[in-house]
Design a protein around this ligand. Sequence first.
Ligand code: GLN
Length: 237
Amino acid sequence: MAAAMSVNIGVLSLHGDVIEHVNSIKTATKKLQANKLLADNVTVIVKEIRKPEEVSNELDGLILPGGESTVLTNHLTKNGFLDKIKSWTVNKNKFTFGTCAGLIMLSNTVSGGGKDSVAAIGGLDITCVRNAFGRQINSFEGKLELTDDNLAQKDPGIVGVFIRAPGIKSINSEAVAILCKFPEGVSSCGTGDTLSSAVGVRQDNVMACSFHPELTPDTRWHEYFVKEVVQRKINAV
Ligand code: GLN
């Protein structure tokens, strides 16, 4: 039997839906262990991250929650927080997951809707469009298709909660894998941009989706995330 280990997962806790991610990680870990997809002697510790020094080598996984990317940017540009996260995310032994505003911050290019006001962490070679589906009142739940077998766990159907969500306008590198999309496709959006149907992507150790999986009881995204964090830590040892 493999040696006992613990992994530290951080949820950026400056603003946005933090507690929902913390709870989703805890539930996902329990499910993985109940289904023998994660060894019982792996302990997953979830931490709320509020200070730059907490983004250290002790951390194995990081979630950037939804919220307002401009507000997040304001907080992060103080005290060198942004630079700390940027240099942490490029370490391939670590794994980062961004939802909604988190996707915006992880996109290498942000098009329209306040382009200059969002400081990119980057890591995903995509162009995203902020508020692509309209204003808060246009928020919606949509039926989506998971295109990655490990994420889908034999059921490609999933419902996504979109709250003033960003869209993905283009995927700019073959290194970006599409994990989730609108089955019917999307041709244009509220901003007049033509959108890709992709709403969930991954490039190596960085993953993001436009919607909020932490707001539904479906924990497949968090299960995928936890497995990835554990595997990268094992590979790094
Ligand atoms: N519209 C927000 C932004 O531009 C994102 C919304 C969300 O994270 N739910 O940052």
